[in-house]
Ligand binder design. Structure first.
Ligand SMILES: [Zn+2]
Length: 587
């Protein structure tokens, strides 16, 4: 898995007992995770490592239970707030590490003051007249907090009943429930500003027990002049639009190059566009002298090209769009668009059942493409001048005798080179197992007639963007990213095991679910689950793209299976079989 890769840092901090014992390397007491000095907000931590299988390993004096045949271990221990010291011993070998548990959320300074980085805004913010503008700070409870801005003073009140949310990763350890903030209080106040102009930087004042401190927010606040029209055009191949002004916010449909929209707000280097989405300013360029982009739309046509059905939406100016995929539907929304449509021609080439459309007044139009089958094989979106072209993938043409003949499957062995991925209890990096199993999978798929593209065939370093670029360029029938799993802190490595499958676009859900179910059933493996996940290797929509986590590197028993060459061969064969069956049934 990507995010929780301890990787290079842990490899560098692999704790063994002196080089002299390398000769006894097989039996050396080894701790792969956590590294000494590790900091976490989790209430418990797991220890991943190994030692001689025929001797007990003690953790703070107590023997570790549940070790595997080869001696791998993964016990979990609770953490107190602050530093926690742990000692591992086996025979005359001893390893000592410290793990520090820190409270989640912002922390207060020693002396009276605001939590660092909590004064709003942290960056320059611009809003439209009538927008809500909120001021906020994190400070000790029971304090009096005010903010002065442009000659006004605002009393900020504690938002005591607001809950905090754990990170998305908490889903993977089933700990995704809101929690009451135990730390300092969030103080907030909001107002609507009408007058265009700069309001400057808010100055915050905090009074507690007769002591007062002041601090200035790093960012400025300004109100845009409604008579000044600022229009930008997307310069990126696919502009990354989001629900808010940072990469923490969820992705919207990428905006095709050339898309134009009016700027209605700013936050740091992010722009809010008139249809509501946010985009980095760096992915756009100003359009001088433009009026607010609006377009009429009339007739819609379609055409078949090799492997694709293309739909043409002629517009006067490239407007923002969004796509929503169902099993047998794809819904396109055009923003800032007013229909004058009387005629639509959709060719009957076996793919599209019907196109339904409806104006969503005052200036949005929705088109629902209804497919003849409930498996979609990919789509592309681009502007050709001011005409939006939506390309829909035709199903692969296959033979009943050899369903994979004529298909191209991209196999992506995760990580590689200076990115090791997760580490097994004996330090074996995930990247090596990914490659071994992917090469076996390549052979098994080719034996079934598929053409296979590999993103790597050796231990090379390849960035995720290069991998997705290859998928978008080569346009395979399917894309499979091969990984082995780990857990974020707070999980239980001893009890968590099994096959995981990850998807993002609806067209990939059936493949993810089928391969998960097939591997679990045929190989009699535990199920970790099927997850919707916003990952670089699941986001490509030119083909169904799935990321597989075939087992846990950090589960002692499962790691024995993960690294067993016979089991690896069986896994690759079964996975190829599953792909073949899925293509056959999805036709
Ligand atoms: Zn991985």
């Amino acid at each position: 898995m990507a995010q929780w890769i301890w990787g290079a840092a842990a490899l560098a901090s692999l704790s063994t007992v002196g080089m002299a014992t390398i000769a006894r390397a097989e039996a050396a007491l080894t701790l792969v995770y956590p590294p000494d000095g590790h900091q976490t907000t989790a209430a418990q931590i797991f220890f991943i490592g190994t030692g001689s299988a025929d001797q007990p390993v003690l953790l703070n004096g107590a023997p570790i239970e549940g070790r595997s045949e080869s001696g791998y271990f993964a016990p979990t221990r609770p953490l107190d707030l602050g530093p926690n010291t742990f000692t591992l011993t086996q025979g005359d070998q001893t390893l000592a590490i410290t793990v520090t548990r820190v409270p989640p959320g912002p922390t207060l300074p020693e002396t009276l003051g605001f939590a660092e980085g909590s004064l709003v805004p942290a960056v320059a913010v611009a809003r439209q007249p009538g927008d809500w503008v909120c001021l906020g700070a994190v400070a000790p409870a029971q304090a009096t907090v005010t903010a002065s801005l442009a000659g006004q003073t605002y009393a900020l009140l504690p938002q005591g009943d607001r809950q905090d949310l754990p990170a998305n990763s908490a889903v993977l350890t089933d700990q995704a429930r809101p929690y009451g903030s135990t730390g300092p209080s969030h103080y907030e106040s909001c107002f609507r500003a009408e007058q265009p102009g700069s309001l400057g930087q808010p100055t915050y004042q905090l009074t507690l027990a007769g002591t007062t401190v002041t601090a200035q927010a790093p960012g400025t606040i300004s109100i845009l002049d409604p008579n000044t029209v600022e229009v930008v055009a997307v310069t990126a191949a696919a502009g990354v639009a989001r629900t808010g002004p940072s990469s923490d916010y969820s992705r919207l449909t990428p905006l095709p190059q050339g898309t134009r929209a009016r700027v209605t707000g700013r936050e740091g280097d992010w722009l809010r566009l008139d249809y509501g989405g946010w985009i980095r300013a760096a992915e756009t360029q100003p359009v001088a002298g433009a009026v607010p982009p609006r377009s009429l739309i009339r007739g819609i046509t379609s055409r078949q090209v090799p492997g694709w059905t293309e739909l043409y939406f002629p517009l006067q100016v490239p407007v923002p769009v969004s796509l929503q995929q169902g099993s047998d539907t794809l819904t396109l929304t055009l923003y800032n668009t007013v229909p004058q449509t009387d005629t639509i021609a959709i060719i009957d080439d076996g793919l599209i059942e019907r196109l339904d459309w409806s104006p969503t007044l005052p200036d949005q139009v929705q088109y629902q493409i209804n497919f003849k089958t409930d498996q979609q094989w990919g789509y592309k979106l681009r502007y050709e001048g001011t005409t939006l072209v939506l390309s829909l993938r035709q199903p692969p043409v296959t033979q009943a005798s050899q369903p994979l003949a004529g298909t191209t499957i991209l196999v992506d062995p995760g990580h590689g080179g200076d990115e090791p991925g997760a580490l097994g209890p004996n330090g074996i990096p995930e990247k090596d197992v990914n490659l071994t199993v992917s090469l076996l999978l390549q052979a098994a798929l080719e034996a079934r007639g598929a053409r296979v593209i590999m993103t790597r065939t050796d231990d090379s370093t390849i960035g995720v963007n290069d991998r997705t670029a290859q998928i978008n360029q080569d346009e395979p029938t399917l894309a499979l990213s091969i990984h082995y799993n780990a857990l974020p802190d707070g999980g239980n490595a001893q009890t968590t095991a099994g096959i995981g499958a990850f998807w993002f676009n609806t067209q990939a859900h059936s493949l993810a679910q089928f391969l998960h179910d097939y591997l679990v059933a045929e190989l009699d493996r535990p199920s970790y689950g099927v997850f919707w996940n916003n990952l670089a290797l699941t986001r490509p929509h030119v083909a169904p793209a799935v990321l597989l986590e075939l087992g846990f590197m950090i589960n002692p028993e499962e790691f024995e299976w993960v690294t067993d060459p016979q089991e690896q061969a069986k896994l690759a064969e079964t996975l190829a079989e599953g792909v073949e069956l899925w293509v056959e049934q999805s036709e």
